[in-house]
Design a protein around this ligand. Structure first.
Ligand SMILES: Cc1cc2nc3c(=O)[nH]c(=O)nc-3n(C[C@H](O)[C@H](O)[C@H](O)COP(=O)(O)OP(=O)(O)OC[C@H]3O[C@@H](n4cnc5c(N)ncnc54)[C@H](O)[C@@H]3O)c2cc1C
Length: 453
């Protein structure tokens, strides 16, 4: 078999790259190789959210996500919103004075996330536009920073009365990642992309360039001659890099989430994504506290848990998704991702800090569905998109917790690198060659904030 470019991995990264290369850049023979069915390793495990709220240094993450959201909105427009993209926003809440939240909001705004509108109950307050549950048109961008308790209670009566400041980031929401991925895959196939079921087992790089790729298929080994290759192998990207003789700083982190039926409607069906931005002491009764304090194995349940528990309603029934990385669960690709047996209870109790009605489930915990995958991460939590130091080899990986939201722009960026089209300003920030720059390596030693959720 002969190809112009072989992409290893039919997760969202590989599919988005294949689709852009074939359907937009006009590359003829694109072959997508995966040993699993498309979109089934990490890309179907996400919470499916998107945001343009990111910290620095620099504006690269905001620019990449803004571009990706532009392209997502355009695709949603062309397909009659086939993947149910909404723009409900991210609602960060704190019981504190909100200085940290305000600083993050102003930072994201200065980097391109849109204006900050302060609502503190003063005479000159701008008007607050509530979000719509469906669709994405006609919504404000930027961030509504709300310190007016009356406004918070009026629009979010189900939120903890302790929520004193909220930041409603507006160019954010969620979509159906599976339908989004299948839309891209259909486009790719229509444009001539071939999907091969098999495992990339070796890459011939004699002469310092990509020559061919050996794929083990159910029908036997097959060699695909190709001058181009893309590593889009998600959590297996380090293995593929080893086949290429390339070393890049990529680590894995296991993350899980729960979903469960919410017959009490504790989470309003039209809520945005809700994030509690303060550390949490799990709520227990006095008796429970005394019991938990007795045993060494349960004492940690009384300690403060880190900020960031979050959740949202899911679909049109009564399902709710909750997600909290209070601990890194595994750093090896073991499937299913091992998790703390107490994760569902800890997460429901933790989220009740933001949405007190969840306490209705303390006595009889719902039976949750638990799933998860790996964040494939660089040390500074920025993706790797661009050429590798082997002629014809590229990478599109390390998408951590943002691979769905960045897929459109990452596919476009990968295709621009591979075809020699002009590159956007943010290209260098994501190119693997950034680690060759001593100034960048120095910055890494003191990287301020990763923006991980
Ligand atoms: C719990 C959780 C929540 C998340 N929430 C969000 C969110 O809200 N928003 C967001 O944008 N992102 C989110 N993410 C991140 C997002 O899911 C990932 O960044 C994204 O799915 C990564 O896609 P990928 O294509 O790089 O990897 P994958 O989907 O893992 O695809 C890699 C593919 O490569 C294949 N492969 C590997 N090695 C080989 C080989 N040798 N031969 C053949 N095939 C091979 C695998 O079979 C796999 O299909 C979340 C992730 C998790 C785990």
């Amino acid at each position: 078999m002969q190809a112009d470019i072989v992409i290893c991995g039919a997760g969202i990264a590989g599919i988005a790259a294949a689709r852009h290369l074939a359907a937009i850049s006009g590359v003829k023979r694109v072959v997508l190789v995966d040993e699993r069915p498309p979109l089934t390793l990490t890309s179907d495990k996400s919470t499916e959210c998107y945001r343009n709220w990111w910290p620095g240094p620099g504006d690269a993450m905001v620019a990449l996500t803004n571009r990706s959201i532009d392209l997502l909105e355009a695709l949603a427009g062309e397909t009659g919103n086939a993947f149910h993209m909404n723009r409900r926003g991210y609602l960060f809440a704190t019981a504190g004075n909100g200085e940290t939240l305000a600083a993050l909001a102003h930072e994201a705004s200065a980097l391109g996330a849109g204006p900050v509108r302060l609502h503190d109950g003063g005479a000159g307050d701008p008007s607050y536009t509530p979000h719509r549950p469906d669709g994405f048109d006609g919504q404000p961008d930027g961030i509504d920073l709300i310190r007016d308790p009356g406004l918070i209670r009026r629009h979010f009566p189900w939120l903890s009365p302790e929520a004193a400041t909220i930041a409603h980031a507006r160019r954010c929401g969620w979509l159906s990642a599976q339908q989004f991925g299948m839309t891209l895959l259909d486009d790719a196939r229509t444009a001539g992309v071939t999907l091969v079921r098999g495992r990339v087992a070796a890459i011939d790089t004699a002469g310092g360039r990509v020559n061919s790729i050996r794929v083990e298929t159910p029908g036997g080994a097959q060699t695909i001659a190709a001058p181009g290759f893309v590593n889009a192998a998600g959590p297996y990207a380090p293995d593929i890099n080893r086949m290429l003789g390339v070393a890049l700083p990529i680590a894995l982190e296991g993350h899980v989430k729960i979903s469960f039926a919410d017959p009490h409607r504790a989470m309003p069906r039209d809520a945005p994504l809700v994030i509690w931005n303060d550390p949490v002491h799990l709520p227990w009764s006095g008796e429970e506290r005394a019991d938990l304090a007795l045993a060494v194995e349960t004492r940690h349940l009384l300690a403060p848990y880190p900020a960031g528990v979050h959740g949202r309603p899911e679909g049109s029934g009564d399902s709710v998704i909750l997600y909290w990385t209070y601990d890194v669960l595994s750093t090896a690709p073991i499937f299913p991702v091992p998790h703390d047996p107490a994760y569902p209870e800890i997460t429901i109790r933790g989220m009740s800090r933001a949405i007190p009605a969840l306490a209705k489930y303390f006595d009889q915990l719902p039976r949750p569905y638990i799933d998860g995958g790996y964040y494939t991460k660089t040390p500074e939590n920025r993706p790797l998109v661009g050429p590798l130091p082997i002629a014809g080899a590229f990478i599109s990986s390390a998408f951590s917790g943002f691979g769905i939201m960045t897929a459109m722009a990452a596919g476009e960026l990968l295709a621009a690198h591979a075809t020699g089209e002009s590159l956007p300003d943010y290209a260098l920030s994501f190119a693997p060659s950034r680690y060759d720059d001593p100034a960048y390596r120095a910055l890494l030693a003191d990287w301020p904030e990763s923006g991980e959720l």
